[in-house]
Design a protein around this ligand. Sequence first.
Ligand SMILES: [Zn+2]
Length: 95
Amino acid sequence: MSLNCPFCQSTNIMLIEASTSQANTALSSLGTPATLAALGSTVAKSFNLPPIVGGIAGTVLGGLFNSLTEQSTPRHQSLYFCHNCYQKFPTHFLH
Ligand SMILES: [Zn+2]
């Protein structure tokens, strides 16, 4: 896969991450389906339920949680940086 700068057509570009806020990152890592699935199976174990029940419950909760946070928090944006002309541009400029 070769990517070109939309300004100077150079291939000397690099993907940089533009994260919006630290709190947002911490919140989304807490609410990942994998984390909640693990949490769910731990809870299920303490109630003598099969771990799969807790896993499913955690995944469903995680999906709900993610859809809620996605609406209220700004989306994580990826940017490319061109080493040739020093321009920054979002990934959709390449498509
Ligand atoms: Zn460029």
